[in-house]
Design a binder for this molecule. Structure first.
Ligand code: FAD
Length: 402
């Protein structure tokens, strides 16, 4: 094998390249990216980079020297538009055609705009990449009234960042609670309280939102027929669309994302997928998280070189909002949950444990307790049986349960 093509240059692509070279692969690596940046991570885009507490350079996954040493053949900015499985060729918008021995699709996802008319409004933003972040950060310098549409993780982080800058912030969530797809009702309540205590207005059940652009480009937001004072800036954080078109066109097996086995292989064994775009092999749906993109890509890159490495990581993601570092371990599975235990050490530190019938941990949300998350990863990996009374008792040292 002498030629690997990777489409995308985000978290998954970067770690795939790093792994390929680390494992001694000396052949060609072609990377196609429709952004003009080298491998970078996105989490700070809604946090420190948006507030300009961190620089754009801090987003780089690797140093300039490391990237040089990867000896990547770049095709950027360019867009992969077609995949010909039979000819093992990727067609680019520029007209280039790249023949591969093995292909990795790491195209991630993009921000979803639920109403297409909103895209043409000048002061309505989404946040997915560096360019989006620069534009939004620029506007936040002068805007005072901010509407955030979508009460998921990215929407809540943007709201917290803006509120910390002293902006007046309203969050509009379509559902009846925040982050409903990934956490339980009690965690949604915790999040709502966190934002309301900070002075943000949270509007739930906002199912009939209507936006009108005023002549000065401010935006009027109608929520269930009542209108609020004009907003200077609207940010839509209403979920992501999986960038799976290449696989769709090539008729690979695709559901909500690209179907892969535990080695990252798609229904065509020379084509792999990793990161947001790939369905998690054991959970059966796409996990959109930094750690998933990185670790699935590492395992997949090893498998591409013949060192079959199964990806079985327990999902883990984090979110920073105000003073709260929120870590989510495992997945929210209401049907499997037999007991919920809440451990509140103090005002700033609280953990939610979800146990199955055998008293094993299947999901945990920890606020400001990274050490406990590390330990809980071991509990899940070892299917440890836990005593709910000990979990709840703040005088019991959980570190004893190693
Ligand atoms: C604002 C923001 C904040 C986040 N915060 C957190 C967080 O706090 N914690 C956490 O765990 N996760 C967070 N995430 C999620 C995490 O960043 C993603 O899960 C991760 O970036 C996925 O990596 P990826 O490589 O799969 O995709 P991406 O990073 O999206 O990279 C895919 C790249 O492929 C390019 N591309 C797509 N199609 C083509 C094509 N046809 N041709 C060429 N190039 C193409 C895209 O433009 C993009 O550059 C956040 C995401 C965002 C946007």
């Amino acid at each position: 094998m002498n030629k690997i093509v990777i489409v995308g240059a985000g978290q998954a692509a970067g770690w795939a390249v790093h792994t390929l070279r680390n494992q001694g692969y000396a052949g060609e690596i072609h990377v196609v990216s429709n952004e003009d940046h080298v491998f970078y991570e996105r989490p700070p885009l809604s946090k420190q980079v948006l507030s300009e507490e961190a620089t754009l350079e801090s987003l780089n996954l690797f140093s300039i020297d490391q990237v040089d040493d990867f000896c990547v053949i770049w095709h950027k900015p360019d867009h992969a538009v077609k995949l010909d499985k039979a000819q093992k060729t990727v067609h680019l918008e520029s007209g280039k055609q790249l023949v591969y021995d093995k292909l990795l699709i790491a195209t991630g996802s993009r921000a979803r705009i639920p109403v297409s008319a909103w895209s043409s409004m000048e002061h309505v933003y989404t946040l997915r990449n560096i360019q989006d972040c620069q534009q939004l950060a620029q506007h936040l310098k002068t805007a005072q009234r901010i509407a955030v549409i979508g009460g998921g993780w990215i929407g809540l982080e943007i709201a917290a960042t803006a509120r910390k800058q002293g902006k007046d912030v309203d969050i509009f969530e379509y559902g009846s609670r925040l982050c409903a797809r990934s956490v339980s009702p009690e965690v949604s309540d915790f999040l709502k309280e966190l934002h309301e205590k900070a002075g943000t207005h949270v509007h739930l059940d906002a199912t009939k939102l209507h936006l009108i652009e005023a002549s000065n480009k401010q935006v009027e937001v109608f929520n269930a027929d009542s209108s609020l004072p004009l907003f200077d800036c609207v940010v839509v954080g209403a979920g992501a669309e999986i960038a799976k078109e290449l696989a769709d066109l090539a008729q690979l097996e695709v559901k909500d994302g690209i179907v892969v086995n535990e080695f990252g292989q798609t229904s065509d064994l020379d084509i792999y997928a990793a990161g947001d775009v790939a369905i998690h092999p054991t959970l059966g749906y796409c996990i959109q998280s930094w750690a998933n993109a990185q670790n699935q890509a590492i395992a997949t890159a090893k498998s591409m070189l013949g060192d079959l490495t199964a990806y079985q990581d327990i999902p883990w993601l984090w979110s920073d909002q105000y003073q709260a570092n929120i870590q989510i371990l495992g997945t929210y599975q209401p049907e499997q949950t037999k007991q919920v235990v809440i451990r509140k050490t103090d005002e700033n530190q609280i953990s939610f444990f979800y146990l199955n019938e055998q008293h094993q941990l299947i999901n945990m949300i920890a606020v400001n307790d990274a050490k406990l998350v590390k330990l809980a990863k071991r509990w899940i990996a070892n299917s440890k049986q836990l005593d709910p009374a000990q979990l709840q008792d703040i005088n019991f040292n959980l570190m004893k349960l190693k």
